[in-house]
Design a protein around this ligand. Sequence first.
Ligand code: MCN
Ligand code: CUM
Length: 801
Amino acid sequence: MTTSTTESRALDEVKIGGLGSSRKRVEDDRFIRGKGNYVDDVVLPGMLHMEILRSPLPHARIKSIDTSRAWAIPGVHLVLTGEMMATRNLAWMPTLSYDTQAVLATDKVRFQGQEVACVIADDPYIAKDACEAIEVDYEPLPVIVNPVQGLAPDAPVIRDDKVGQADNVVYHWEVGDQAGTDRAFEQADVISTLECHYPRSHPSPIECCGSVADFNRATSKLTFYVTSQAPHIVRAAVAMVAELPEQMIRVISPDIGGGFGNKVPIYPGYVCSILASILLERPVKWIEDKTGNLISTGFARDVYLKGEMALRRDGKILAFRMHTDADHGAFFADAQPSKFKIGLMHSAFAAYDVPVAHLTARGVYTNKAPGGVAYRCSFRVTEAMFFQERMVQAAADDLGIDQAEFRRMNFVADDDFPHRTPLGFLTDSGQYAKCLDVGLQAIGYENFKAEQAQARQRGKLLGLGISTMTEPLGAGNSREYDILGIKMFDSAEIKVHMSGKAIVRTGAKTQGQGHETTWAQIVAHELGIPADDVVVEEGDTDTAPFGMGTYASRSTPVAGAAVAMAARKIRAKARKLAAHLLEVSEEDIEWELGRFYVRSSPQRGASIQECAMAAYSNMPDGMEPGLENTSFYDPPNLTWPFAVYIVTVEVDPETGVWDVLRMVAVDDCGVRINPMIVEGQIMGGLTEAYAMASMQFITFDADGNCVGSNYMDYLLPTAWETPGFELHSEVVTPCPHHPIGAKGIGECAAVGGPAAFVNAVMDALGETGVRNIDMPVLPDRVWEALTYRRDVSGHPPVRQD
Ligand code: MCN
Ligand code: CUM
């Protein structure tokens, strides 16, 4: 190829797989061939298998545990009980929220499915049989399945193990300006109210949780394979709980078959497999079964939301107040920033320009599995956005103002960033009204309103629901965000080999999000090394730099930023190497993608690959050899993506069945590294949103039995049930503080989606006076609402006898 001296020789970024390239996911090569390497694929010589005995009762005192029959079964190597764990100070462990959690129950069981004993045997079947041979004598206690029962004055104290715990309250928390909010309510023309329940939901990844612990007595080293979204946190926790020196613990998260938040907490099974391996000096594998996963691992939501909005007649929002009661189950085991007890619930209404607000929150212990925070949510933002958009719709209806118009007039304006929200966040950027306009245009808003009116005359119920969301993604900054005191930041390391190929490692851990593809794209963008020449590795604490892991869509905002920053350090060194190769001073060097050149004669240049070779073979005097660097990135702020989701539905008033007619999604996550992966994230999130809104829940009967511990009761939508989604990507507001302008996207659709579906059904029910149907909006609930013209609550039932 001949080029004139003035013509740029920069590489074509999309062709080398840089930003904006819809590069195919490199990890899929092994996944679609069935060649992934999951925890259950790890097989070590002499490995034993562990199974867990779980409590059938939700609340009971343990009178005795007889393990003699289990020990007698051939092939059984060890039976662990709480009593044995206690001799090593391991019957309880600290949670990631400064609470404690039973590893194996000693005094009481506190939820159905709680871990009571473990058997380690030659194979999982022997271990399971031996679990059934353990005899536990339980004395049943009264059961609490919701916060109302938990807060009753005569309620039994679930956490009687905690010194000074006289009731079932986990915490009281508040934020905002109560007096100012009260004054604003006095000025209101109209006050709108809403109460609803965001039900428990469950991430249900294809792969359950599991671990293989391999303690080697000869080296004193523990190698721990685990399904964790945050392997470095696991290493720290194991060091703390098992009192092993941190340098002797190697945590490896291999391929992960979906996480969705389920794989953030530390589970008793992990701890038991480690202790068993130490005691037996053999590798011990624990793989949770589906029911074990559904019944006992990190749930999400289960929060009661109540709020009021002070409104001026012309539609201006003057203030809001909100109260939430969160059902935390028996242990406060959420992983979340320690300063904020109810996660980032106070992000509610962050997209709206509201002068003053007040939020109170209370956490309550119940006889349910610990949970609250996981499932595609940046720390309870899902509940915050759901309530926000349900409330906004109710307020628009109360005022008789068009729902789209009401949103538009109250949005934070494009030129009003950074914007301080009344509950203390600083949102960074956005074009909210533009996103809304794109969505309304796409759905054909004006036409729909006419169709809806005509349909009503024919007795058909059409509804249109709008939901917006802005989500704080990318914790920290470290000033405000920590988990157990460990500041939230992340890291990346890049090593460029002499041939100009590279390896990137980060402290994040992909579970299906495609980091192996996208981190290489950031390197391609920053250095001009083709993405195919860059391999990405995550999840091994012996090789990866420290990081807080992948959840709350923090990887792109934090670890991704670290990749860009590390690449820039590499480029700075490569520039010196280029100056040396070209025999000019560094000041005379310019950069274009993939190449340095001499400013005065652009045809004289050195490619990044030539610089890499020079780092190993021809460096200037006094320069350290090699081309590697690490960056620790402490973000200045969270990134704030924005989205508008619009759904149209048709409700059959005879049966309550509703069908989605169309769904339009407008997501603005700043610069898209890989547009195809971003679309995949949005479609996956919308599918989960549809599932939560329409069919999915895990509830408990009045006796505390978990309903939904199998896939007959807990429904996952297939491609057959899932509606089609129309995605729009034309609105791009680059994040002003992120090195490549990207914002997180991993959870947006699951966060903002549910309210769009519910709002659509509520809109269809229009003139019935029904204000709320709790999720899942099952046909019988819709029928009940229509037939009896009343709200339908999804609260778990309470025993009447
Ligand atoms: N991306 C991009 N451009 C952007 C933003 C993101 O190309 N502007 C890409 C990223 O590089 C990454 C993916 O999109 O490959 C998601 O990035 P990000 O938003 O940073 O989210 P995380 O990587 O931190 O993933 C976490 C998020 C969470 S918290 C849950 S829960 C969830 C989700 O991701 N779990 C998932 N999506 C999931 N997708 C799959 N397949 N499996 C899970 O378990
Ligand atoms: Cu809250 S689920 Mo994701 O943050 O792993």
